[in-house]
Write a protein that binds this ligand. Sequence first.
Ligand code: SAH
Length: 344
Amino acid sequence: MKRLLTDLTKEQLASELSDEGLPKYRAEQIYKWLNDGVDFSAMTNLPKELRARLSEKYSAIGAEIVKIAESKDGTVKFLFGLNDGNLIEGVLMKYKYGYTLCVSTQVGCRMGCAFCASGRDGLLRNLTAGEMLGEIICADRYISEKDHGARVGNIVLMGSGEPLDNYDNVTSFIKLVGSGKNIGQRGISLSTCGLTENIRRLADENFSVTLCLSLHSPFDDRRVTVMPTGRKYKVSDIISSAKYYFEKSGRRVIVEYAMMRGFNTREEDARELRRLTRDFPCHINLIPLNDTDSGLKGVNGKEAKAFLKMLTELGASVTIRRSLGEDIEGACGQLKRRYVDGNL
Ligand code: SAH
């Protein structure tokens, strides 16, 4: 693959292009085009021969939209193609306060969670920082046309992949999107199945994104039956790394909890979940399980409310996450699976 220029910071780009004999103002022009998702051929303030020379050696865009599914509720699911032909997904959600893009960080995933469709085929490869930025760039171009120049304002790193299993590229992306797209860390949520050493590393490196923990059960022996990473990373250690992250960043932590019938919504689950999260600022996000033919069943509305009530009465800060895009295969990995299987 050709070198992807959006992998580079502004300074790195200037130095790369200076090695090519280009002055600084050219690097500035190119940086701006790159962040707007413009390919070399359309960089109209560059001489034609320079555009041709650059496109021979480099690529400008890390992802392109291959398929779009629009939901009645305004949610949009993108299937993105990478320059090597791999496919990933992104989901755009519209809230009162603006647009949020759910970004993929890997092609596939090696965490092996039983309920998740993204990891069925294991990990194919990590995404580079510029490819993740490419997802934002594509979404921005799409929204800007539909909604008078609107842009992605918030990012959730909750698409396919485990962000903390691709630490260097994900943290580079967080920095790139801050400077190139002006999306600060307060607008970014990073969701992890609990790779504790890298949660501590995020804290030590002074990141301030919102940390989201995929807990799904407060008991190790149950959790490990649906999340194989639970063999190595124990709930108590995940919680203590989250407290450490809070102490360093000052950011409230989110616990994600997909409710599964007969598995994690008993009274004792509520009590233990509350006990684990009571002595630091923590919000519990209850998620209706998306069906992915895993054999695991979600709860119905009544059961969900009952679990919410138990936690509320125990004093927890807790809400049920609104389910968006159900009619367009909103859950991880589903759109790609249908596309690859030839059903789209
Ligand atoms: N690997 C990261 C981020 C990607 S998944 C993580 O584990 O957190 C984003 C969230 O969606 C996680 O909380 C994950 O557990 C959850 N999830 C995966 N499949 C789901 C499903 N079928 N229904 C509901 N939530 C699901």
